[in-house]
Design a protein around this ligand. Sequence first.
Ligand code: AMP
Length: 172
Amino acid sequence: MEYIKSKIRDVVDFPTKGIVFKDLTTVFKDPRALHIIGWDLSQLYRDKGVTKVVGIESRGFIGGSILAYEIGAGFVPARKPGKLPADTIRQEYAKEYGTDVIEIHRDAITSDDIVVLHDDVLATGGTMAAAYKLVKSLNPKKIYINFIIELSALNGRAALPEDADVSSLIVY
Ligand code: AMP
């Protein structure tokens, strides 16, 4: 874990002043760090019968795909509005300024699925809370929530359902 931590790049004042952006491109470009991420994520979910990993656009696509591949699950993208070609369901959520929308294909998850929702970073939790509602509405057997990094000072867990099964590889 210390090796991964050493590869995370803090970018100050990105995308706006006052934000310290946790840049994972410096982790993903490093073959050893990428391998460790895949291994560590998969160890969390290997024996849980997971059938689908839902990755949140766009940085959640990277770790989500690796996790899905490692544990033999399918991968489902949760995307910004208007990007998915077939029949979708959508969930609106509040952002710092205004609202945003997240969508998935209506047939992406069934009631037989055990799902891991994955994003790279948990900040305020608004994005993941919306993704959770969306997936929950498709009535899977179980939903796990996963992040590579959790920024605990922002208390994003409070935005997630109380009974949610949440794990993060690295907590700051
Ligand atoms: P949230 O506030 O939890 O809804 O986060 C919104 C999205 O922005 C998530 O997909 C995070 O990956 C990303 N994000 C928010 N804050 C940061 C940060 N400090 N560093 C990197 N990514 C961030």
